[in-house]
Design a protein around this ligand. Structure first.
Ligand code: SAH
Ligand code: SF4
Ligand code: F3S
Length: 460
C-alpha cells in the first residue's frame, strides 16, 4: 500500500522522505549514542544523509571534555544557522554532553536551535523533534539521570563489520579535572543477558568485532544484583557465534582486576589490547587529580598484564599542565611514557571545566607552557610508539579487513588484535575476513604490509 492513498493526512514527520544529517564530537560513547539517535529518528521517517544541505534535520552530538570541544559546538551552530536560513523548515537539534550541561541556556547563545536534549533521554528525541515541528517553538528537555529501567534503543550502525555495544553508562569517580560525571551521571550497567542478546544479533547480522563501551568499562557490573564483573561478561559473550574479536574501552587502572586480565587471556575472542589511562606519571599530581592510585600501583597493573599476556598492547590518556604541575613533575610523565612503552597515548593540555574543583585552583599553568609541554610529550609518545611498532616488522599478523584504506583507495585497511592499524594490498572482497598480513614497514601510527604468501584466510 502506498502511503499517498491514505485519506488521513499524515503529519510531515510521518512521511518517510525526510533527511537527517548528524555530526558527532567526543568519545566512542557519543558515537554509539549517535547510532541510537539515527535508529530513533528512522522510526519517525528520517533517513541519514551525508550532505548537510539536503538535511531537514541537523543533529549535533556534542562533547564538553575540554573548552575547545565546547567552543566548536557554538561555531558549528553558527554555520548551521546559515544553512537553516537557506532552507525553510529545516531544524537543528543539539544533544550530548554540552547540551546536558547547558540545557535551556544553550538557547541564549543559539536561539535558532529547535531541540535540546541530554545524555539521559535519547529516547525522547523523536517526540521532541515532532513537538518542535508542530509548535514551531524550541523543545528543550534534560533529565538528571538515566531511567532506572534502561530502554532498549533502536540503532542504525554506520559500519557493517565492527560494532560498539555500550555496557555501562556514567562514571562514579570524581577526578578533579573532569566534567564527565557531571554530564553522564552515576555508573549504570546494562544487564548481561541484554548485552548477550545484542551480541548474538550482531553475530547473525555478520559483524565480526565488537567493542564493549563505558566511561569506566572495568567497573562493569558492580551496580547489578548479580555479582558479575567484566571478566565474567567477557566469558559470557566471548563465544558469540561469528563474533571473532571483542575489545573494551575505557578501563580505569583501579578497577582493572586480575580476574579481568585472566579472562582476556582465556577467552579466545578477547583481544590483547588494554586502554588504561594513567593521566600523569607523578604521584603528587595523581593525588591532586584524585585518581585513586599512584605510579607504583599502575606499574604493578602493567606487570600483571604483561606477565600474563606479553604481547598485549597498552595505551593511555595523559594530561599535561594540570594546575600546579611543576616542570619536574611533568618530566616524570615523560619518563613514565618511556618506561612503560605505551603503544599510543591520547594527550591533552589541561582545560579548566565548569563544575570541577581544579578549575578554580591556584597555580594554573599558562597556555604557552601547557602547549610547550604537550609538544614535547607528543614527540616522546611518537618515538615510543614507533619503537613498539617496529617489533611487528617482518612478522605475520592476523588482520580483520575492515574496508578500503582512508589514505589510498587501492589498499585495504584493518587492525591487528592489538588494535594496530594495518594497510595492505588485497581484493576488496576480503572485507570482513581475518587475513594474515606480512608487515613490511611501520610508522608510529600504523603498519604496512602484504597478504602473507600462503594467502591464508582464516575461516570466518
Ligand atoms: N574514564 C576515562 C576517561 C574519560 S575522559 C578515564 O578515567 O581514564 C577522556 C580523557 O579526556 C581523559 O582520560 C583525560 O585524559 C581527558 N580529559 C578529561 N578532562 C580533561 C580536562 N579537563 N582537560 C584535559 N583533558 C581532559
Ligand atoms: Fe572523568 Fe575520572 Fe570518570 Fe574518567 S574516571 S570519566 S577521567 S571522572
Ligand atoms: Fe566528551 Fe561526553 Fe565523551 S564530554 S569525551 S562526549 S562522555
Amino acid at each position: 500500500m502506498s502511503k499517498q492513498l491514505l485519506t488521513v493526512p499524515l503529519r510531515q514527520s510521518e512521511t518517510d522522505n525526510k533527511k537527517v544529517y548528524i555530526e558527532t564530537f567526543g568519545c566512542q560513547m557519543n558515537k554509539a549514542d549517535s547510532e541510537n539517535m539515527l535508529g530513533l529518528l528512522d522510526e519517525i521517517g528520517y533517513k541519514e544523509t551525508s550532505y548537510i544541505k539536503d538535511a531537514d534535520l541537523m543533529v549535533l552530538n556534542t562533547c564538553a571534555i575540554r573548552e575547545g570541544a565546547e567552543d566548536k559546538v557554538y561555531s558549528y551552530l553558527g554555520a548551521w544557522n546559515k544553512i537553516k536560513k537557506a532552507k525553510p523548515g529545516a531544524m537543528i537539534a543539539v544533544g550530548g554532553c554540552v547540551a546536558q550541561d547547558a540545557g535551556q541556556a544553550l538557547l541564549k547563545r543559539a536561539p535558532y536551535v529547535d531541540v535540546v536534549f541530554g545524555t539521559h533521554n535519547l529516547q525522547r528525541l523523536p517526540d521532541l523533534v515532532q513537538q518542535a515541528e508542530q509548535t514551531k517553538a524550541p523543545a528543550v528537555e534534560i533529565w538528571q539521570e538515566l531511567p532506572s529501567d534502561l530502554p532498549e534503543l533502536p540503532v542504525i550502525r554506520n559500519n557493517d563489520i565492527t560494532a560498539w555495544v555500550s555496557i555501562i553508562y556514567g562514571c562514579d569517580y570524581n577526578c578533579t579535572y573532569c566534567i564527565v560525571p557531571y554530564v553522564r551521571g552515576r555508573e549504570k550497567s546494562r544487564a548481561p543477558e541484554i548485552i548477550l542478546k545484542e551480541m548474538q544479533e550482531l553475530g547473525q547480522a555478520g559483524y565480526r568485532e565488537v567493542t564493549l563501551l563505558g566511561q569506566n568499562v572495568t567497573a562493569y557490573g558492580h551496580d547489578l544484583d548479580s555479582a558479575i564483573h567484566l571478566g565474567d561478561l567477557l566469558r559470557l559473550v566471548g563465544k558469540t557465534e561469528s563474533i571473532k574479536r571483542i575489545r573494551f574501552i575505557t578501563g580505569h587502572p583501579r578497577d582493572l582486576k586480575v580476574e579481568i586480565i585472566d579472562a582476556v587471556k582465556e577467552v579466545d575472542t578477547a583481544c590483547e589490547y588494554f586502554h588504561i589511562p594513567i593521566q600523569a606519571g607523578d604521584d603528587r599530581t595523581l593525588r591532586r587529580m584524585a585518581r585513586g592510585y599512584n605510579v607504583d600501583f599502575y606499574r604493578k597493573k602493567i606487570d600483571e598484564i604483561r606477565s600474563r599476556i606479553p604481547e598485549a598492547a597498552i595505551t593511555s590518556d595523559l594530561i599535561v599542565g594540570f594546575p600546579g604541575e611543576t616542570e619536574q613533575e611533568f618530566m616524570r610523565t615523560i619518563s613514565l611514557v618511556e618506561e612503560i612503552g605505551f603503544d599510543s597515548c591520547n594527550t591533552a593540555a589541561y582545560s579548566p571545566r565548569p563544575h570541577t574543583p581544579a578549575a578554580s585552583w591556584e597555580g594554573q599553568v599558562s597556555d604557552h607552557e601547557k602547549y610547550e609541554r604537550l609538544r614535547f610529550l607528543n614527540s616522546v609518545v611518537t618515538d615510543v610508539a614507533l619503537k613498539r611498532n617496529q617489533q611487528y616488522l617482518n612478522k605475520v599478523v592476523e588482520v580483520l579487513a575492515e574496508g578500503k584504506s582512508e589514505r589510498n583507495d587501492s589498499r585495504l585497511a584493518g587492525r591487528t588484535r592489538t588494535n594496530k592499524i594495518v594497510n595492505f594490498s588485497g581484493p576488496a572482497s576480503l572485507k570482513g575476513q581475518l587475513v594474515n598480513v606480512f608487515v613490511e614497514s611501520v610508522n608510529p601510527w600504523a603498519l604496512r604490509g602484504v597478504l602473507n604468501e600462503e594467502f591464508s584466510i582464516h575461516k570466518t
